[in-house]
Design a binder for this molecule. Structure first.
Ligand code: SF4
Length: 209
């Protein structure tokens, strides 16, 4: 924590640095005494919170949280996400949450961007994404989620994600897409605006095609 402050504010006095650190620790519901503890003395959830505290030390405008709850049990996951939610309000920052857990996304984000093979294939509000996803990959992701009507048979997506070094021609999703057309195999789809704030990268929404 001290290194993060020192690298941006080298002339900050020692007492101010410590005050900044203990304030950040309190913001993530940790005892200020954690400032003097070693990493091996902290639980997984406490370590994640310290990482969030490091992230907010300099009052950023944007926080990029890349898989912030991976390897945590669901109770700790919820606590960590609530902490991010609260500090976001406190410092008025935007949060970009990166992850694979669509259920977690549904609870915490306003807008979702689905990425496949390094490209954004659909961007929409969380409600639109979960009620009427448009891109075949987004549709497959949503239909693979467990729900109360599903009696234990989960719908997977056939095939594997491609290597970024050898992307398929045309649309990178075409070998796995249930709606593939001839042009998908050769022509790379452009990103189009589907509606206000909603974009899609798929030939199905290309009127000329
Ligand atoms: S461009 Fe074609 S292959 Fe790609 S997602 Fe759309 S329909 Fe499927």
């Amino acid at each position: 924590m001290v290194d993060a402050i020192r690298s941006h504010l080298p002339s900050e006095p020692r007492s101010a640095v410590e005050e900044r650190c203990t304030h950040a620790l309190r913001s993530v519901d940790l005892d200020p005494g954690v400032f003097r503890m070693y990493a091996h003395e902290l639980s997984g959830g406490m370590k994640q919170r310290v990482c969030i505290a490091i992230g907010i030390l300099l009052q950023p405008k944007v926080i990029i949280a890349d898989e912030p709850t991976s390897a945590l049990d669901v109770v700790t996951q919820r606590q960590v996400m609530e902490t991010i939610d609260r500090v976001q309000d406190e410092i008025n920052a935007a949060v970009i949450l990166i992850g694979h857990d669509m259920g977690l996304m549904a609870q915490f984000v306003d807008r979702v961007a689905v990425m496949y093979a390094g490209r954004l294939v659909e961007v929409s509000t969380v409600r639109e994404m979960f009620t009427e996803p448009s891109h075949p990959y987004a549709q497959a992701l949503i239909s693979s989620l467990p729900n109360l009507e599903n009696n234990g048979v989960f719908q997977g997506i056939p095939g594997l994600a491609p290597s970024l070094l050898r992307l398929p021609s045309g649309c990178a999703f075409h070998p796995r897409c249930g709606k593939v057309m001839d042009m998908c195999r050769t022509v790379r789809p452009e990103t189009r605006v589907l509606a206000s704030g909603r974009t899609i990268t798929c030939h199905l929404y290309n009127e000329e095609a």
